[in-house]
Every structure is written in C-alpha cells, then in structure tokens.
Ligand binder design. Structure first.
Ligand code: NAD
Length: 204
C-alpha cells in the first residue's frame, strides 16, 4: 500500500501537471520539485510508485503522467457520502464544488437540530440523525463525514460504522476508534497553521 504521505505528494504532482498549459509535453522531477517546494530526489523516489518511464533530460510525458496519476489516485471513482453535522463546516463542505468535481457525491446531511432537519442545502436534503442508519444501508453509502462537536463524534462514528460505511472522514477534534475494515482520515486545519508558523519562525 502506498503510504499516505506519498499519496499526498502524488496528488500535488497531479494537480500541478493538470494546471500546465497544453503546449508543455514533458515535465521533469526538477520542474515538479521547484514548483512544489519538494526536493527533486524525493519527487524521483515518489515516482518509483508509478509504473511510468521518464526520459533523461526530458522527464515524464505530461499526458501519460496525468492519466496514470488519475487512475492511481482513483479520481474518477464516485464515492457516495453523507455529512453528519449540518453546521458551518458541514454546510461548507457540502457546498464545496471542488469535492463534487472530484466525485464525492454528498447524498444527504444529517443533524439533530429540529430547525435544520427537513430543510435543503441546495439540492441536498438535511435529514434527522435517526434516519441515518436506514439511509446509509438503503443507498449503499460508502463514506461518512463527521462535522459534529467533538463530544458527539464517537457516537456518530459508531452509528456510521454499524450502518456499513467503509470510510470515515473526521473533522472533529476527537481521537476516534474504528474497526480495522473501516478507513479513518482525520483532518485538521489548525495543524496546517501550526506547521506554517514553525517554518515562518525558523526562517525569519
Ligand atoms: N478539522 C478542521 O480543520 C475543523 C475546522 C472547523 C471546525 N472543525 C470541527 O468541526 C465540527 C463542527 O464545527 P462547526 O463550526 O461546523 O460547528 P457548528 O456548531 O456550526 O455545527 C455543528 C452541527 O452539528 C450538529 N450536531 C450536534 N450534535 C450532533 C449529533 N450528535 N448528530 C448530528 N448532528 C449534530 C449541530 O446541530 C450543528 O448543526 C467541530 O467539531 C469543530 O471543532 C474542524
């Protein structure tokens, strides 16, 4: 299995090659490294996970690399998802076009707030938490996104797992426990800021 950190960089390479103008046919480890602030040696090492041959002094053929990474990163696979917690963050994620364009299909949001339940966010319904299990089973939902307060996160996670999701994308600041067959990814914007601040203070 390719480690998370390598996958993160491979996705950066994909985003970069996708943004290149059509007249650029070749991209080197040097170019990728310089554009993304990653050492060319590390780029080359990451590329060993890809079954794609580079040419000396030219690099990798852009179109081939793009389609290879698209497939490797499974960008065309649609993932049926639900978001639990239709607050500020849950609503922002549901509205975010970037996720939709990358085939995250949000079928519904769930909440416990009677003011929110029964309403729609764009074309996405906000349903009661009590409907979650039946909905996930009936629609074969694969991924549950958790955007509830930390103290409810494990309970929501357990509910999603017992309903049958295969992946949990957790935004709540809580250390969740999931069984081995369920993939868990914790997301933390604060961590990004903390790392940025360390670099800023080291350099200045
Ligand atoms: N990972 C990050 O980078 C990041 C960024 C922002 C917020 N957060 C976290 O995301 C979570 C949501 O933040 P927010 O600002 O959107 O909060 P919010 O208060 O706007 O929204 C939380 C929503 O969850 C609902 N809710 C509460 N308990 C529930 C339950 N048991 N089941 C279903 N719905 C429930 C509430 O009714 C509300 O609509 C918090 O845990 C917050 O710390 C994480």
């Amino acid at each position: 299995m390719i480690p998370w950190v390598v996958l993160e960089r491979l996705y950066l390479y994909y985003s970069y090659v996708e943004s290149l103008p059509p007249e650029i046919n070749w991209v080197s480890s040097q170019m990728l490294g310089e554009a993304l602030g990653i050492s060319p040696d590390l780029v080359r090492k990451d590329m060993t996970y890809c079954d794609i041959k580079g040419k000396p002094r030219q690099g990798y053929p852009v179109q081939e690399l793009k389609s290879y990474l698209r497939k490797l990163l499974k960008l065309d696979v649609n993932v049926k998802s639900v978001i639990v917690g239709a607050g500020r963050l849950g609503s922002a994620l549901a509205n975010y076009d970037g996720l939709r364009k990358n085939n995250m299909q949000v079928l519904a949001l769930f909440d416990v707030d009677p003011e929110k339940v029964g309403k729609n966010l764009g074309d996405i319904p906000i349903l009661a938490l009590s409907e979650l299990e039946g909905f996930v089973k009936e629609k074969h939902v694969q991924c549950g996104v958790i955007t509830v307060p930390a103290n409810s996160a494990q309970q929501v996670c357990d509910l999603l797992v017992s309903a049958g999701v295969r992946a949990i994308w957790n935004f709540a600041p809580a250390a969740l426990k999931v069984p081995h067959h369920v993939q868990l990814r914790n997301e933390n914007i604060v961590q990004g800021f903390v790392l940025l601040r360390i670099r800023m203070l080291e350099v200045n």
